[in-house]
Design a protein around this ligand. Sequence first.
Ligand SMILES: Nc1ncnc2c1ncn2[C@@H]1O[C@H](COP(=O)(O)OP(=O)(O)O)[C@@H](O)[C@H]1O
Ligand SMILES: Nc1ccn([C@H]2C[C@H](O)[C@@H](COP(=O)(O)OP(=O)(O)O)O2)c(=O)n1
Length: 233
Amino acid sequence: MNGHGRGGGLVIAIDGPSGSGKSSTAKGVARARELSYLDTGAMYRAITWWMLDNGIDVADAAAVAEAAARPVITVGTDPSAPTIEVDGADVAGAIRADGVTGSVSAVSAVPEVRELLVARQREIIAEACATTAGIVVEGRDITTVVAPDAPVKLFLTASAEARAQRRSREVRSSDVAATQEALARRDRLDSSRSVSPLTRTDDATELDTTGLSLDEVVALVVKLADEAQAQAV
Ligand SMILES: Nc1ncnc2c1ncn2[C@@H]1O[C@H](COP(=O)(O)OP(=O)(O)O)[C@@H](O)[C@H]1O
Ligand SMILES: Nc1ccn([C@H]2C[C@H](O)[C@@H](COP(=O)(O)OP(=O)(O)O)O2)c(=O)n1
């Protein structure tokens, strides 16, 4: 199912910390090569939004685990119009709220949550490989757990300053220092949890995007994807 999956689809797996450029790069590459696109972070955000909306204490791992299967999360994989719904309601805006951002690392550290979402992500990848040219998948454990056999595996990085600048610009905040501190806290939690922590494996290509424009990063990844496809035929 991974790699050049059933149906011949190409899987491009991208991991990296917040603000390294995963979402924008993944969308750009998917659009350039008519691939599907999956933002797995949006799925962790959606389940976190549902927990908060339903009054579940996100610091209580047992309560989160017990409720994890209740929300129905639906993802649309068109890179030009990705969608995310919980129980049929559009939550694309709600999942970016500060409350969700502050709680998502705790919820995504719960093994039962990961088990459910990873299974769903693999179904989405298989479906995309069967029906489209393939899929670009981005998150924290795509190269290590979700699609370790993907023929293109990337680990995006950028300096802490560049990532904070980018995020601040995006949310129109002038407090870059506070943004940098919030990113550092989330990086710490996401990289130190016991299940599927953010890690770079030796077979993933590390790409430091600090001094590169988004167009340059997209072009580099498209080149890697084209090389992988040429090798597969
Ligand atoms: N290479 C780059 N140069 C400058 N800005 C970038 C670059 N890549 C992404 N960005 C911008 O940085 C912000 C965060 O990027 P995003 O793709 O959401 O990162 P991630 O998914 O890793 O959190 C976005 O506003 C995006 O437009
Ligand atoms: N594959 C993934 C994707 C995201 N997560 C968790 C950890 C992240 O802090 C949150 C949110 O991910 P998201 O990609 O939306 O984060 P940013 O776009 O970097 O702000 O979800 C995860 O544990 N595993």
